[in-house]
Design a protein. Structure first.
Length: 160
């Protein structure tokens, strides 16, 4: 085992490390200016991954749907936008790592879009990889300014 692998966790290890999550907290006064009053769930990484795994071929989900599913599951007002996005990226990198190791059933992270149907440039392989994976599933990708979106993405949203 190299020193690097001892010092740095793999993406799959990061995905498995729940760090005491999920937890539901009261939205602070500062946060309420942005998110309103109530409670916020900070999900565990695996929870985000599990939702992403449920999206079948040809279907899509946007990150806000994942946040709503998490909020409902934990009886919170909202799902944390920051950690949910970070954990989606960790799930994507863990999926690529697992695929490289020959594991099957990797999370189809390319089916998880940002709001407005936008492709997430932070996912492995960047926009070009995502465009190829989505086109292979029959989606049409269009450019809007500097962003890339799935055309008519609303028609393909999954209901979980």
């Amino acid at each position: 085992m190299s020193n690097k692998s001892k010092l740095h966790k793999s993406w799959q290890e990061k995905l498995a490390d729940d760090k005491g999550l999920p937890k539901v907290e009261k939205i602070t006064a500062k946060q309420s200016k942005r998110w309103g009053a109530g409670t916020i769930v900070i999900p565990a990484p695996k929870e985000v991954d599990e939702i992403m795994k449920k999206v079948p071929k040809g279907k899509l989900i946007i990150i806000n749907q994942i946040r709503a599913i998490l909020a409902k599951k934990h009886n919170a007002t909202i799902g944390c936008p920051i950690t949910t996005g970070i954990f989606a990226c960790i799930a994507a990198r863990a999926a690529e790592e697992a695929k490289a190791e020959g594991k099957k059933d990797a999370t189809p992270y390319w089916r998880t879009l940002k709001s407005g149907g936008e492709l997430n440039e932070k996912y492995p392989g960047g926009i070009n990889n995502l465009k190829a994976l989505l086109k292979a599933e029959g989606h049409i990708i269009i450019q809007k300014g500097k962003k890339y979106v799935v055309k008519d993405f609303e028609k393909y949203l999954v209901r979980l």
